[in-house]
Design a protein around this ligand. Structure first.
Ligand code: EPU
Length: 439
């Protein structure tokens, strides 16, 4: 995507049908898993987003050949895995968090891994201590250098007992991708169990791994000597589906999200209904619409799965600015994920962010000290503004806000949105949005 700017004339409901494909947060991990195999893997329904481009570049830097074998289908051939030039991976790592997941597979394949400083959305500290502690438990030696982190495994990698301090998605994936080929059994406690993780486990099982998901966030992995390539259709992107659903509600529109499925969106659908949105579940997707009448306020707290995802709050908050009354959104996963509300306030929203949370709101799981709360008082009319997109999900919520606003908005830095939303410009067009994209 060349240009970084979109000028939106708001006030028109979004109506029509769009398709969502494989999840960013699964497809990119599935691509890393291909590195563990002796034979080629095929991933279908791969979204055309820039994060997939970054991981493709990383794999190619390590000698994996990546070929587009059909529309949305990538084939990975890992038969010539080799060390990469640091400059190549450094240039790519700056814009994504995925490189950290290359550690285990690279240690297995090459005996060492060099991980440059990581990118990804600026939504908090985003440390990698859980990842490094887990890798050390497997027997990896971690050296920090001015280039980044260098890992070696002088005695190979062996199964370990690991308990995560928090059910981190990335750290759980790190353990899975490392344990499947480590010697012996790994017991992972307090694992994340997001649908994308279950889909990654399904992929690893297709490759020959032995993984048992037990009750209470416990996962057992029995290491095997060899893994083969997989053929898999990626799980749909539930974050993208929820984003378009919120766009339908906020703009008083009607969007059929092809490819969306109910099971992975259960929690979102409940909140969507409580706010006053309507949905119809179909075989091939879900129709989300504003059924008329007033929207209602909600109190919601983000959490790990099966809770309300942190990636769903930003688009929903735009709809909550239209609700009659006071809504509270508690963010408990990241410590800095309300930055995007500054632009909404500038557009006329009544939002107050409490940096230390709200004591009066009793939380179901008082798990972490970093929670924040946003109090949204509605209904407010939004007006057009000049906005710069801060991060992926915040950026999409700015698009929605501009689409609901009276007058014109100019949104710059929209390139970030293409990290996770496939062809969003085409989709906006298909839904009848009134905008000029300078690309
Ligand atoms: N954390 C640590 N130490 C670690 C790892 C995580 O303290 O070593 C903390 C994080 O700082 C955060 C919390 O644990 O406060 C949860 O982080 P987690 O590891 O679960 O998140 P992640 O793997 O970095 C993935 C998605 C995010 C999504 C979260 C939560 C990818 C590439 N990213 O991040 O997606 O919000 O899980 O579900 O899968 C997005 O798509 O826009 C996005 C940010």
């Amino acid at each position: 995507m060349k240009s970084d700017k979109i000028v939106i004339n708001g006030g028109k409901p979004l109506r029509g049908r769009i398709e969502v494909r494989g999840a960013k947060n699964l497809a990119t991990k599935a691509m890393v898993a291909a590195l563990l195999a002796e034979s080629p893997s095929v991933l279908r329904d791969v979204p055309d987003i820039s994060d997939v481009g970054v991981v493709t570049g990383m794999l190619e830097a390590y000698g994996v050949s990546v070929t587009t074998t059909a529309e949305g289908e990538l084939t990975f051939d890992p038969s010539n895995v080799e060390k990469a030039h640091f400059s190549k991976i450094d240039a790519l790592a700056g814009s994504s968090r995925i490189p950290i997941l290359f550690c285990g597979p690279l240690l297995h394949r090459l005996g060492e891994a060099l991980i440059p400083d990581l990118g990804g959305c600026r939504i908090g500290d985003r440390p990698i201590d859980f990842h490094l502690d887990a890798l050390r438990a497997f027997g990896a030696v971690v050296d920090k250098s001015y280039e980044g982190i260098r890992l070696t495994a002088p005695n190979g990698l062996s199964g370990a007992e690991i308990e995560l301090p928090y059910p981190s998605v990335g750290a759980t994936e790190q353990v899975l991708l490392t344990a499947v080929r480590a010697k012996g059994v790994t017991e992972l406690k307090n694992a994340a169990i997001e649908p994308e993780i279950m889909d990654l486990i399904a992929i690893l099982q297709k490759m020959g791994a032995i993984i048992n998901v037990e009750p209470n966030r416990v996962i057992f992995i029995e290491g095997v000597d060899k893994l083969e390539g997989y053929n898999h259709r990626a799980l749909f992107d539930r974050n993208e589906a929820a984003s378009w659903a919120s766009a339908a509600l906020a703009t008083e529109g009607d969007i059929f999200v092809g490819g969306a499925k109910q099971a992975e969106l259960m929690n979102f659908l409940n909140i969507f209904r409580k706010v006053g949105g309507a949905f119809d579940i179909h075989e091939d997707g879900i129709r989300f619409y504003h059924p008329g009448g007033e929207l209602k306020p909600v109190v919601v707290e983000t959490d790990v799965h099966p809770g309300f995802m942190t990636d769903w709050q930003q688009p929903l908050i735009v709809a909550l600015t239209k609700a009659q009354g006071i809504s509270v959104v508690h963010e408990t996963v990241y410590e800095n994920r309300f930055g995007f509300t500054d632009a909404l306030i500038e557009m006329g929203a009544d939002i107050v962010v409490h940096k230390d949370g709200l004591e009066s709101v009793t939380r179901r799981v008082p798990r972490r000290p970093l929670e924040q709360a946003a109090v949204i008082t509605g209904p407010t009319k939004l007006h057009g503004a000049d906005i710069r997109v801060p991060d992926l999900r915040g950026g999409f919520s700015h698009l929605i806000a501009a689409l609901t606003a009276e007058g014109q908005s100019t949104i710059s830095n929209v390139g970030i949105i293409s990290r996770g939303y496939e062809h969003f410009i085409d989709k906006l067009r298909a839904l009848g949005a009134d905008f000029v994209y300078e690309g």
